[in-house]
Design a binder for this molecule. Sequence first.
Ligand code: CUA
Length: 410
Amino acid sequence: MQDLADCGKLVSDGWVFCNSINTERAYGGNMEGRPPMESGSSQNDMDYLHVINWRKAEQLAKAGKTETIEGFKVIRLPTAIENDILHFIPEPKSPHGVDVTPDGKDIVVGGKLDTHGTVYSIDKIKQLIAAKKYEGKDPYGVPILAFQDAIRGQVEIGLGPLHTVYDGKGNAYTSVFIESVVAKWSLKDLKLIEKIPAHYTVGHLTAAEGDTVSPDGKYMVMMDKWAIDRFAPVGPLLPQNFQLVDIAQPKMQLLYDMPLPLGEPHYAQMIKADKIKAEEIYKPVGTNPLTSQKDPFAVEGGKERVERKADGVHVYMTAIRSHFTPDIVRVKEGDKVHLHVTNLEQAHDATHGFALDSHNIQLSLEPGEHANVTFLADKAGVFPMYCTEFCSALHLEMAGYFMVEPKGGK
Ligand code: CUA
């Protein structure tokens, strides 16, 4: 089972490093006399780091050495082995994070059931591959490089190392899940420097531009999977806890806790805000964000209309503070309805919503945005349609009715 992966950079550019678990090939069956997946897949001391030469794979794909399976071009395992695209290296038990250092020279792996950060060297890996120096092959014929020959060393950091980020000043920071800390250590001499407690059970980490070749080095966020007593107890389901840590000082300093209500984040990036060049509104008016083009059904102010055609009833609608035009739409039971709505607003943040709740339709229409939705008017009746964004003082009044005349009605 392949797990997380990271791309090489600089000297390791062109390579991908991907962790795996379950070299035991366990598949559960704890009521059929086999161990559950969790212990069945944790018997071996080592799993396999997958080292993939993707640039070479790209050349093979271009040369047509692929097979198409369910629409995907696939390089089959024998082809990958024959062309030196895929190699395995043993890695400590049940690894999770694999993180390439900013200079691209090292690859750091944390084994969840191990106590080390393991530092692989791309130079050593390349030499072993060039010399075809293998310690064996896996049951499918994938060549295996020797663990001790491929690593630069290991650093003892605590029980349950997961993910590693960097500050660009020669330090690595590894989340240690079982011990519930982040360990700072030196890449140069592989020595532990300091630990900071996490509240609680830290998982992923992000450091300011920490995945780039030039990390910013000022801040790190610990993404803690548990919050326990950090926030007001509002029920059995607690938020995750993001903890902001100052890593610019000689000693790591916790600055702030932030509850995160929705799910558990897997990876995040912290980038400089001036890198974001966001559009303020959709231009021209009537742009469909799915195509970034003016939609063929875009509606101009004053050209709103309802047209009955062979393929159904087309409703050309506009939204502007604070009304829809038309605000009454009349169709017949059984009609297929094509709703085309353009938000004519040009003011920053002047978003309207459109809900036709009875027909399970909810649109968010940012300034200048156009949306199309097709549905069946399968129930006779009068159904409210309304704006769902607080767009003005008369937002509640931004409403209308969708009226479906019953079959056989007049
Ligand atoms: Cu438009 Cu509320």
